[in-house]
Structure formats: C-alpha cells, structure tokens
Design a protein around this ligand. Sequence first.
Ligand SMILES: [Zn+2]
Length: 194
Amino acid sequence: MPDKWLGVDLGIVNLATDSTGEAHTGKGVRAVRRRHARLRARLQAKGTKAAKRLLKARRRKESWFARDVNHRISKHLVGKAEDTRQGIALEDLEGIRDRVTVAKAQRADLHSWSFYQLRTFITYKAALAGVPVRLVDPRNTSRTCHQCGHCDKRNRPTRDDFSCVWCGFAGPGDHNAAINIGRRAVSHAADDAA
Ligand SMILES: [Zn+2]
C-alpha cells in the first residue's frame, strides 16, 4: 500500500480537483449542456417527428461529450497517481449529500449520471493500473481548514472559496477539500495497520 494518497474532490464547478491543486473544469460540459438545452426547447416547441429525431440525436451527442470528458479526466488522474506512486482517495459517496455548500439547485446536477460516471471511470482505470483507491469519510472535508484543522461552516463563505475563520488561510474550496481527502486516506491506512 502506498503511503501517499492523491486526494480527489469531485464537484460541480470543477469536475475534479486533486490535492496538488490541479482542477479539471466542467466549463466545456456545462456550455454544451446549455447549448443543447436551448436547442431542445426549440425542438420541443415544434413537436414534429423530425424534431423528435433530432432531439434524440442531440441527447446522445451530449452524453458522448460528457463521457469523453470523464474518460480524459479519469485517465489523467490515474496516470498522475501512478507516476507519483500514490493511491487515489475519494470521498465515500453517501456523505456528499450533507454538504452545506451544495445549493439545492445543483443537487440534481451533482447526482447526475455524469458525476457517478466519473467516479466509476476513476475506480476502474485505477484498478486496471494497479493504483489503490480508498474511500474516506467525507464529513466536514469542505469545512475543515487543511492548515490548522479548524472546522467551521463559516470557513466556506461562498461555494467556491475557503477562508479559515481561525488561522486566516484562504484558497479555492475544492483544493482545500482535496487535501483533507488525501490526508484522511493516510489516517485510514494507519487504522488498517493497527
Ligand atoms: Zn485554519
């Protein structure tokens, strides 16, 4: 088992951010989704057979695009972990719903198939590459300061930003969370050994 773990925070604004601070933006996916949503609205208004056919083709294209993005991100993350001899730490899915920083409106998106797909891709590509994956307790990973350990929901003034009310550390919220996730894998490893 490795003693180093690449923590990966999966999210909405950034699809994946790792503990080194590298973020994979969901920008392209969101842009395509928006473009398709507009087109869908126009086609649905038409309601013709041809429009329905087009709609179906569009949906397929949209999911291919998201799938391709997920393949690229997962391949990159697993390659990075392999090259640096690290395991990959992910949050245990259940707790993600508890995150206060996730607004209601985004929950549907967060729980969409694309989000699960990325996790699945990371897990199976890691297995193929022999990179261990450890699921960690996700509680408070987004509220806890990786610098001083202070946990407070006020540490997340906005969805994207982390700003510790105790020590003053500030930075992107998902990077802070990814560091915490990576560290939890280390402490879990200690549990295994004990
Ligand atoms: Zn702090």
